[in-house]
Write a protein that binds this ligand. Structure first.
Ligand code: GLC
Length: 440
């Protein structure tokens, strides 16, 4: 019991950040932003989007695709102006379905097959006949050459499909649409999901100037007042998940080494839903191996079990005295009965991992705010979308409290729904206005 308490205490010290550490991370992040903007060596790519703040008056009907990693969603979105919109139709389909016999995230597929599959799903929703502009939220790092030209730099979030890196995303999509006789569906804009979140929020709230995803992946964008290319303010996709000036624990190091791309996306591997479950699992496994919990049952535990980030939420949601839900979870996941102290340890591990995630994200927000407003005196609204933010008990509160603490004033962090769909539609509306060649 004493050993377990000590181990949990030590874990907390390794993971949970002090105010000073959060501020240090914020200023390193700010420095890397400035370097990335100047094109100097930096883990932050600072990618231009070729889009500025919407007016809120964008109108029309647009197809939107949200290609995020695990699922693809297709939506028909009506923008009505004055910040109001309607999702007129909506469907989602997985990229991987063992029962259906396909996996578009694996090394055994290719970009042609993937985009043909997406085009087939668009076919079912595309209004027949007249030209329909399409906005595409593609949630991976891309080198953007124009509002409708984005070349995939590298896959993230453990996607392994070969042959797509270095290729123009919307060109591939347009080819697949044409092949299916859907030439009237015209991809006119391609954006990152963070940009989608920001556009969707700014469509309704002119104060919104930072957009972030805390979901399967993690990344943030913001409105840069002085981008390197002239022409006024522009939304910049930071690709903040690749930030790496961080304090790594032994668990972070082994998770990184076992990942698809060691050395990359180090912040993302410490904060996002794709990895938090694995991180908690590695800690629990270590506790078991050290004989701190589940003694006598070591042989049949975690080796074949996968702890998901949803399980973390379930552990955190248990407010009961005896942690009866945690007990039930242990029984169904591992097939054993547990002691109360073991349940408390598991719940604490979940909370430590989640707390550090919120603290790290808050530190990057503080760095961005300092970059755009060194005195921290203006109005700024941070729009956040994603399952981690939305569904993890306490996450949004912790994020908000940590930011306010280190910034020493209140900033507003708001949840944004349908960011990728509505944002893609807003981007398409802006593109159609600005690029006369679309002639739609
Ligand atoms: C990954 C991608 C990034 C995306 C984020 C959230 O970090 O590289 O482009 O915004 O996931 O989906």
């Amino acid at each position: 019991m004493h050993d377990l308490l000590n181990a949990v205490r030590k874990l907390r010290m390794e993971f949970v950040m002090s105010g000073v550490q959060i501020l240090e991370a914020a200023s390193l992040f700010q420095r890397d932003m400035a370097a990335g903007l100047k094109g100097l060596d930096s883990p932050l790519k600072m990618l231009p989007s070729f889009l500025a703040r919407p007016t809120g008056e964008e109108k029309g009907t647009f197809l939107a695709i949200d290609f995020g990693g695990t699922n693809v969603r297709v939506m028909l979105v009506g923008l009505k102006g004055l910040g109001s919109y309607e999702i007129m139709a909506h469907r989602a389909f997985p990229l991987k379905d063992p029962a259906g016999g396909f996996d578009f995230t694996s090394e055994n597929t290719d970009a042609g097959q993937l985009f043909d599959f997406i085009a087939e799903n668009i076919a079912e929703m595309a209004p027949p006949g007249s030209a329909c502009p399409l906005g595409h939220t593609f949630s991976f790092p891309t080198l953007q050459l124009g509002v409708n030209r984005a070349v995939l730099i590298k896959w993230t979030k453990e996607i392994r499909m070969p042959g797509m890196e270095g290729r123009d995303v919307n060109q591939k999509l347009a080819e697949s649409l044409k092949k299916l006789g859907l030439g009237h569906v015209v991809p006119v804009a391609v954006i990152n999901d963070t940009v989608g979140a920001l556009l969707a929020a700014a469509y309704q709230n002119p104060g919104a100037d930072i957009g972030s995803i805390c979901g399967t992946g993690h990344n943030t964008c913001y409105i840069e007042p002085c981008p390197p290319a002239d022409g006024g303010e522009m939304i910049i996709n930071i690709e903040s998940g690749n930030f790496d000036k961080l304090r790594f624990t032994k668990y972070d190091i082994s998770l990184d080494e076992a990942s698809e791309r060691p050395g990359e996306q180090r912040l993302e591997k410490m904060v996002s839903g794709q990895y938090l479950g694995r991180l908690a699992q590695a800690i629990i496994q270590d506790f078991i191996d050290r004989g701190l919990i589940f003694k006598g049952n070591e042989h049949r535990l975690f080796k074949t079990f996968t702890l998901r980030t949803e399980d973390i939420s379930l552990l955190l949601a248990d407010q009961s005295r005896g942690l009866s839900n945690v007990a039930g979870w242990i029984r169904s996941a591992l097939g054993i009965d547990s002691l109360l102290e073991e349940r408390v340890a598991l719940r604490t591990i979940a909370s430590i991992v989640v707390t550090r995630s919120a603290q790290l994200v808050a530190s990057t927000f503080a760095g961005i705010l300092k970059h755009i407003d060194p005195e921290l005196s203006g109005v700024h609204v941070i729009a956040v979308d994603g399952s981690l933010y939305e569904l993890t008990p306490g996450y949004s509160r912790m994020l908000q409290a940590t930011l306010n603490n280190v910034a020493e004033r209140d900033f507003s962090i708001i949840g944004v729904k349908n960011g990728s769909g509505v944002g893609a539609a807003v981007a398409a509306a802006i593109a159609v206005q600005e690029v006369p060649k679309y002639n739609l």
